[in-house]
Design a protein around this ligand. Structure first.
Ligand code: GLC
Ligand code: CA
Length: 552
């Protein structure tokens, strides 16, 4: 069981790409110095933990997920001393730091791979990666990046063998059958723990081991290794989060959350169902997915993202059913075009047709459902994207800070920027940026900040039990979050039309009800309680009285 009141239970996580966040030295590339200068913004917003996509030396053929040295910092971003300064500053401001831990593969330029391909067949050095003379080995394992690769195997002329790569050919898979590999990667964990990080997001975690005749996902050996990672983390003695990236349905992601394995896992099926519900105006399947997730792993151990640095991964019918994929493709504004490998390659705002009401609604759910809400940088502003950039770069463009040059991201001339700042109509950085939105009381940014403040004032939203409440309306999702001293009732209308309905609150009959966000009094709870929610509307009500010490 997770330690009681671990820091990460219900923590609000903010994901950012250091290269795209803030440039401190004016070379056009975001870095640790720039990021450190933005910590007060994150603090102001109400963020509790910062998840950084990979910081390590890399040829950047896969956004830094192709690593050449696990124990160092990419020179564009700074060095270990700059990392130390950043981490100390984040801790001083009360925020935690989560690093991406890429266990499955390295870059093909990693010295281990270069040594492996030159070493004799069957030698220990060769054995650090997965080789084959036959490219049909593990034929049941799907090709993940199918837009870029036709096979999971790549011929290596020096080695005169094929090597396995579940992602790009520039990312050979490590061979976890080899105890040396296991030990090296455990040492990587030690290395960053000793430097004081608070958690790891474990990248592509299902793929560590392979077995003939299977999809090579989540094999028992993979789980055993992850248990070793957990043990290693525990010997360090600090409260550290291990968060799995496993793009699997909830019942397949749940085993990573065994008591002696990882603490958290993203609920990507829920993400898809949230989009399907808003695309179709029907929340029946969303309700079922929520019930399933709580049945298999009750509590706050699911991490809840809307968007991230990847495509909105929908899969081949394995993660969610074909009809859910179809309702997203046909119902979302940008659902049809922009398909990359297995999903839609757009940011949140364009997917929601720039409608701030839909952004608010989806985040109001994220901020009140059980789990760790994950906010992707820029989504607090409704930032846009640049379709047409290569791979997933449309979703990774510079953060918009001010209306000044390059959105205040960098003082470098535009052509030197890591990626172009957004100037697309409706999303231009001169309008959509932190400085402007801070000054407008009704802005999306100020709304996010206010919601996170309310969340802090309502501990039931962080740790409370979760219960779905019957709703006769197909578009309206209703649930409660309760601790022994506080109950919050949440209702959300996933459709573009207004909804009026009656709710049975006989469980709390006679209790006082107050809407939290507007601060207004409602009639006392009864078995025939009436509400109206405008299009994409939602409300949070406090039911009954709250014991003082619970409000912190
Ligand atoms: C994960 C990352 C993705 C990366 C892949 C390979 O899915 O989120 O960005 O390309 O793993 O490391
Ligand atoms: Ca820089």
């Amino acid at each position: 069981m997770a330690a009681k009141n671990s820091w990460w239970e219900g923590a609000v996580i903010y994901q950012l790409i250091p290269r795209s966040y803030s440039d401190g030295n004016g070379d056009g590339i975001g870095d640790l110095q720039g990021l450190s200068s933005r910590l007060s913004y994150l603090r102001w917003l109400g963020i509790e933990a910062i998840w950084l996509t990979p910081l390590y030396p890399s040829p950047l053929q896969d956004g830094g997920y192709d690593i050449t040295d696990f124990k160092s910092i990419h020179p564009d971003l700074g060095d270990l001393a700059a990392f130390h300064r950043f981490l100390t500053a984040a801790h001083d401001q009360g925020m935690r730091v989560i690093l991406d831990l890429v266990l499955n593969h390295t870059s093909h330029l990693h010295p281990w791979f270069q040594r492996a391909r030159w070493a004799p067949k069957g030698s220990t050095e060769r054995d650090v990666y997965v080789w084959s003379d036959d490219p049909n080995r593990y034929a049941k394992a799907p090709v993940l990046f199918r837009k870029f690769e036709a096979s999971n195997w790549q011929w290596d002329e020096v080695a005169e063998q094929y090597y396995l790569h579940r992602f790009l050919r520039h990312q050979p898979d490590l061979n976890y059958e080899n105890p040396w590999v296991q030990e090296q990667m455990l040492e990587v964990v030690d290395f960053w723990l000793e430097r004081g990080v608070d958690g790891f997001r474990l990248d592509a975690v299902p793929f560590l081991f392979e077995s003939e005749g299977t999809r090579c996902e989540g094999l028992p050996e993979t789980h055993s290794f992850l248990k070793k990672v957990r043990k290693r983390v525990e010997t360090n003695g600090r409260d550290v989060l291990l968060l799995a990236e496993a793009i699997q349905p909830v019942d397949e992601a749940a085993p990573y959350l065994a008591d002696d394995e990882l603490h958290g896992a993203f609920n990507f099926a829920l993400t898809a169902h949230l989009f399907a519900a808003i695309a179709s105006g029907n929340c029946k399947k969303l309700r079922l997915c929520l019930q399933d997730a709580q049945r298999v792993v009750p509590g706050c151990r699911w991490a809840l993202p809307l968007r991230n640095h990847d495509e909105l991964w929908l899969g081949d019918g394995h993660l969610v059913s074909e009809d859910v994929i179809q309702s997203i493709r046909s119902g979302l504004h940008e659902g049809h075009g922009h398909w990359l490998n297995w999903g839609i390659n757009r940011r949140l705002a364009p997917l929601l047709n720039g409608d701030p009401r839909a952004n608010r609604l989806l985040h109001a759910l994220l901020y009140s459902l059980p789990g760790m809400p994950c906010l992707y940088y820029g989504d607090e502003l409704g930032m846009g994207d640049w379709p047409g950039l290569r791979d997933r770069d449309p979703n990774r463009t510079p953060m918009a800070w001010t209306p000044a040059r390059n959105g205040g991201f960098s003082s470098a001339p535009d052509p030197l920027l890591v990626l172009p700042a957004i100037t697309a109509p409706g999303y231009d950085y001169r309008v959509v940026n932190v400085e402007v939105q801070k000054q407008l009381p009704g802005s999306l940014l100020n709304w996010h900040r206010r919601m996170l403040t309310c969340r802090r004032l309502l501990p039931a939203l962080r740790r409370g039990d979760f219960q779905i409440i019957e709703s006769a309306h197909p578009s309206v999702l209703i649930y409660s979050r309760s601790t022994s001293r506080m109950t919050v009732l949440i209702a959300a209308n996933l459709s573009g039309a207004g909804a009026s309905l009656r709710i049975d609150l006989s469980k709390w009959k006679g209790a006082r009800t107050r809407e939290v966000l507007w601060g207004c009094e409602y009639p006392v709870a009864d078995d025939n309680w009436f509400i109206y929610l405008p299009s994409y509307g939602f409300s949070w009500w406090l039911i009954g009285e709250v014991e003082e010490e619970d409000v912190s």
